[in-house]
Write a protein that binds this ligand. Structure first.
Ligand code: AHR
Length: 310
C-alpha cells in the first residue's frame, strides 16, 4: 500500500484520474488518496498519517517548494520512500526523496515568451503591455513561469504593467483580471499561469465589453496560458487563448514504473522531466527556439483535441 497527497484545477482532475487509473488493485497497488485542498499544512498532516499507517510509498505533489525538510526526514526515518510528482520540493538534502518526475516549468514559460516575442515581431506590435496572473506563490509552476516572463520582459523591452496571483483558480483569475482592467486601459496581453486562470480572465475581459483575441491592432486582448487541458485547447481553437503551452498531467504510469523498478531492486532516475508540446490558435509562429533547442508550435484543430488523452 502507499499514498498520494495532492491539490487543485482542471489539470489536477486529469492528474488524479491518471494516478487512480494506473495505481489500481489490478496493477498490484492499494492507493490511499488525500486531497489536501491546496494547503501545505493539510499535506503535512496527511503525510504524517500515512507514516503512521506504515504505507510502503508516499507520493507527494507538493503545493509549494519549501517547508518539507522535517516531514520528509520523518518519512526517511520510517524507511518510507517518497516520490515527488509534478512540482518540486526545495530541500537541503536530496536523499529526503527517492525520485522526482514532473515538468520543466521554467522551460514552459520560456516557450510561451518566445512564442510571444516572435508573434509580436511578425505582427509589428509596437508595444507589448502585459499583465501576469501568477499561480500559487511559491509553487514550482509559478516560480518557473514567472521567472521566464520576468526575463523576457527584460530582454524584449515589454511593459509589465501588473503581476498578481490568481491562485491557479478560475474565480481568482477572474477577480484579478477585473481589477487589472479597472487599473490599466492599455493591456494587450494577459499571461495566465494556468488554464483555469485563463478561463476567469476571459470572462472578466468579455464582461468588461472587450474582445479576447490576437487582433491586437484592433483592440483585442490576447490571452496566453499553460496546461493544454481539453477546455483550454477548446478555447484555443475558438481563438480565445492565443497560445497554450502543455503541462503534462499524466504521471500515473510514470509513477507506476518508478515503483515497479524500485520493487525489482532496479535503479531509477533521481529526477525526470516530461516532454511537453505547445499549441496556438493560428499559424503565425510554427516553431520557436529556447536555449538552442527547437520546439514545434502546433496550430490547434478539433481532430487534435479529439485525439488527446486529456
Ligand atoms: O503544477 C501543475 C500546475 O499547477 C498546472 O499548471 C496547474 O493547473 C496546477 O495548478
Amino acid at each position: 500500500g502507499f499514498s498520494q497527497v495532492g491539490a487543485e484545477s482542471d489539470w489536477r482532475v486529469a492528474n488524479t484520474k491518471s494516478m487512480k487509473s494506473a495505481l489500481t488493485a489490478k496493477n498490484g497497488f492499494k492507493l490511499s488518496f488525500a486531497d489536501a485542498q491546496q494547503k501545505q499544512e493539510n499535506q503535512l498532516t496527511a503525510i504524517r498519517n500515512f507514516i503512521q499507517q506504515e504505507v510502503d510509498y508516499i507520493l507527494l505533489a507538493p503545493v509549494t517548494e519549501t517547508g518539507w525538510d522535517t516531514v520528509l526526514q520523518e518519512a526517511k526515518d520510517a524507511d518510507i520512500p517518497v516520490i515527488i510528482v509534478d512540482r518540486m520540493v526545495d530541500v537541503s538534502d536530496d536523499s529526503l526523496y527517492t525520485a522526482w518526475v514532473g515538468s520543466n516549468f521554467k522551460l514552459e514559460g520560456q516557450k510561451a515568451c518566445e512564442w510571444l516575442n516572435q508573434y509580436a515581431a511578425a505582427k509589428n506590435m509596437s508595444e507589448v503591455n502585459i499583465v501576469d496572473i501568477q499561480g500559487t506563490i511559491g509553487a514550482s509552476a509559478q516560480i518557473g513561469r514567472t521567472e521566464a516572463l520576468n526575463e523576457a520582459v527584460e530582454a524584449n523591452g515589454w511593459n509589465l504593467l501588473a503581476q498578481q496571483t490568481g491562485e491557479f483558480t478560475q474565480a481568482k483569475g477572474q477577480e484579478v483580471m477585473e481589477s487589472m482592467l479597472k487599473q490599466y486601459d492599455n493591456i494587450n496581453v494577459v499571461y495566465c499561469e494556468n488554464d483555469n486562470e485563463a478561463f476567469g480572465a476571459i470572462d472578466a475581459i468579455e464582461a468588461a465589453g472587450k474582445t479576447v483575441g490576437s487582433d491586437i491592432a484592433n483592440g483585442e486582448i490576447m490571452v496566453m496560458s499553460f496546461d493544454t487541458t481539453n477546455a483550454g485547447l477548446t478555447d484555443t481553437l475558438a481563438g480565445k487563448i492565443a497560445c497554450d503551452v502543455e503541462c503534462n498531467p499524466l504521471h500515473g504510469p510514470r509513477v507506476q514504473e518508478i515503483i515497479e523498478k524500485l520493487e525489482a531492486g532496479e535503479e531509477v532516475d533521481k529526477q525526470a522531466y516530461v516532454d511537453e508540446e505547445m499549441f496556438a490558435a493560428d499559424d503565425t509562429v510554427t516553431s520557436i527556439k529556447v536555449d538552442d533547442a527547437d520546439y514545434e508550435v502546433t496550430t490547434i484543430t478539433q481532430d487534435i483535441i479529439d485525439g488527446r488523452a486529456y
